[in-house]
Design a protein. Sequence first.
Length: 254
Amino acid sequence: MSFCSTISVRFHSALKIAAVAVLLAALSVPTFAQKKFSRTYPAPSNVRLQLMNKSGTVTVEGWDRAEVQIVASLEAPAANIAPQNLSGTIVINLVRDNQDRRDVGNVNFIVRVPYTTMVDIETRMGNLNVSNVRGGLVRARISTEGDITLTNIGASAVSAENVTGDIFYDGDIVAGGTYRFASTRGAINLRIPFNSSFRVVATAPTTRNISLGVFGGGAINYIGDGRRVVGKFGDGSATLSVTNQQGSISFFRR
């Protein structure tokens, strides 16, 4: 065999090996790539969203359409998702849907809902974000670690709770409303309108780090060497409870 023929055989062999490698790589992509889930439901004016995740980020955004759009990115091993539409309540429960599985990957949700939707979301680990809703309820709970961010909220009942992580609330304090924020470690920052009226109980037993900012001019009492602040701002029509065991509490003018 001539020298040129030898080079030609080797070249074609290398091409075959490269082609096989490319094919194997292409076949392996679906194993590692994120899976996508998408579904849309028609929504009545008083729709409610209930979502319980295991791990991952949940983002809920208000929009001007009469429908609920659910988009999720599933990391391997992919979780089962089986949403239900139960008489005006959209239920997504990954704990129930994956109860017989030891381990599933993170699921990151983006859910778009009508502005007037009541939002009730929970996860074991990960961040929770809610924006641009004014339904009767916003509830966000993280049972272990993650940040909660609530922006442009107009609900009359708001509850945000985590163990480790920050909580940020930017929204209204509605007359007669109930607002509860609780954490163990992290910073709780509340940005509310200056014309808000509320009765407040703010407790930071370990750090005593409570800053009312411009809202400190009301009928405010400091108890236990600053561990708790109790008082009223305006006519006190709403109820505001803030507890942070090992972190800070700060109020800001919106």
